[in-house]
Design a protein around this ligand. Structure first.
Ligand code: CA
Length: 507
């Protein structure tokens, strides 16, 4: 009898449960390299909490961005449209038009409570959110300021990654529990200048990180790469980036805002490193490699706090009984260089910055331990979420839901991806657009550098040898150009279309 009752209760409650819309938590970090995530096979550090999302859901081995830079990536995520369609092409004029159709507005109309907490970096105030509390611009690691909905600005004592998690949990605590929710947790971590939380100082000091094989890249055959200003050798600053304060006579603003206790801990850690550096009197390769070791140590220590706070989010959902009906997506706004090509930073269509880490847990829909090799993009986040919420995807959205790919392991995703980077300024990276297929990548640079690059990713995964114009590549080049033209027309990128028709474009 008891069993029959259980069955009846199940039968009657199952349809109700099925209609219940899933909650959505998007954890969005900044500049987080997949090379530094253990779920991706990275050996640099362990990231147990990101790995947990992957193990309990899916890891996307081929997740990419449409434009590898902070603000524009967020605009793409919100709108499901390429930069030329959502209007936010680069960080030079960061003024996102929030009046456009963003997925959160549709969730809100469908009865969701929506919130964005933490790094926003879109210039204008968030629209479509019931609640927001964001850091101005890039934000600060220590005692960050926050902009509030009443037009105020307040400083919160502590470390940014912990505070953003605290604020997120506080919002979840006071939300209306009769409604589903969509929360974006926007972390500053692991953005420059990689200032670790106090307990993480020196966590990696005993590790000697191996130099990437192409650390001393001479950029032969790649003109745009030779002209960049984002190398550990020439661009990374001893004071600003590596906290050697004798190089910054006025001090560093990120450090100057610390309270006495924080400052004492900072000095106790970095002081002896600087003393040791002075005693060593390094130059040439020895100095560059010292910079690389220091960069990795600070970068990974900053990531340590990120992973720990992702763990707090997961624990919170467990504790409140929300895990089963909550989608959790973790991704970065783009990938990052951890010394490959001698670089830090992003922007290029080369793999380390074009790709982004992305893991997703969706109990009952995604089979735990799913490894997805489908080509997905940050462009697909908005339609995927609308799909999961059972809402129609507007026809103007250029991405597509990847839920069908997760339900059907044989489902075919896109066979090529389109990329367009616009910013022609800081870090001196030439604007470019291009296409990546399973095996090849074709890039067209313009403005700063005029020309093409072609890579065979099977033979040259590190993208060291541009084979554009080489004997034997004519057929694949024209095939890729035709495909590139198709994508440009499909996405209505008129600027790129004109460039394809220009002399250098058609060459
Ligand atoms: Ca970024």
């Amino acid at each position: 009898m008891k069993n029959l009752l259980t069955v009846l209760v199940f039968l009657f409650s199952a349809p109700l449960f099925a209609q219940q819309k899933p909650n959505i938590v998007i954890i969005l970090s900044d500049d987080h390299a997949y090379q530094s995530i253990s779920a991706y096979g990275g050996k640099l550090m362990q990231t147990p909490n990101i790995d947990r999302i992957a193990n309990e859901g899916a890891i996307f081995k081929k997740a990419y961005v449409t434009n590898s830079i902070c603000g524009p990536s967020r605009a793409v995520i919100l709108t499901g449209k390429y930069s030329h369609k959502n209007g936010f092409k680069d960080n030079t004029n960061p003024n996102f038009d929030g009046s456009q159709d963003v997925f959160v507005k549709r969730l809100k109309t469908a009865g969701y409570q929506t919130a964005w907490i933490g790094k926003w970096h879109l210039g204008t105030q968030p629209q479509g959110f019931d609640y927001w509390q964001i850091v101005p611009g890039q934000g600060q690691y220590y005692n960050p300021d926050f902009l509030t909905m009443d037009g105020g600005r307040k400083r919160i004592e502590g470390y940014a990654t912990n505070i953003v998690e605290d604020l997120s949990e506080e919002w979840l605590d006071r939300r209306d529990t009769t409604k589903p929710f969509c929360l974006v947790i926007g972390h500053k971590s692991t953005h420059r200048t990689w200032l670790p939380d106090m307990p993480d100082y020196g966590r990696y000091d005993k590790v000697k990180f191996p130099l990437p094989k192409n650390f001393y890249d001479a950029y032969k055959t790649r003109e745009a790469a030779s002209l960049q200003d984002m190398s550990i050798d020439k661009t990374m600053l001893m004071g600003y980036d590596l906290k050697m304060l004798s190089y910054s006579p006025k001090g560093e603003p990120a450090v100057n805002r610390m309270n006495p206790d924080q400052r004492a801990r900072f000095d106790a850690y970095y002081g002896p490193i600087e003393k040791d550096l002075k005693a060593k009197n390094l130059s040439g390769k020895a100095l560059v490699e010292w910079k690389f070791q220091r960069y990795m140590s600070d970068y990974l220590s900053t990531a340590e706090s990120l992973d720990r706070n992702i763990g707090r989010t997961l624990d919170y959902l467990d504790k409140k009984g929300l895990s089963k009906n909550t989608i959790v997506i973790y991704l970065s706004d783009q990938g990052f260089y951890t010394g490959e090509h001698g670089w830090f930073d992003k922007r290029f269509m080369y793999e380390e910055s074009f790709r982004t880490p992305m893991v997703m847990r969706y109990p009952g829909v995604i089979k735990p331990g799913t490894q997805s090799e489908a080509m997905v993009m940050n462009l697909d986040i908005a339609p995927t979420i609308l799909d999961a919420a059972g809402l129609p995807v507007p026809s103007e959205v250029q991405g597509r839901s990847f839920l069908p790919l997760l339900k059907d392991p044989n489902g075919k995703g896109r066979d090529a991806m389109y990329y367009h980077y616009y910013e022609n300024g800081e870090h001196s990276v030439s604007p470019h657009f291009g296409i990546r297929t399973e095996r090849y990548k074709l890039i067209r640079f313009y403005k700063k550098v005029e020309g093409w690059e072609l890579f065979d990713l099977k033979k040259d995964p590190q993208e060291m040898k541009n084979i554009y114009g080489r004997r034997g590549t004519a057929e694949i080049t024209s095939e890729l150009k035709a495909k590139l033209n198709d994508l440009i027309r499909q996405y209505e990128d008129t600027e790129a279309e004109k460039l394809m028709l220009s002399a250098a474009g058609s060459k």
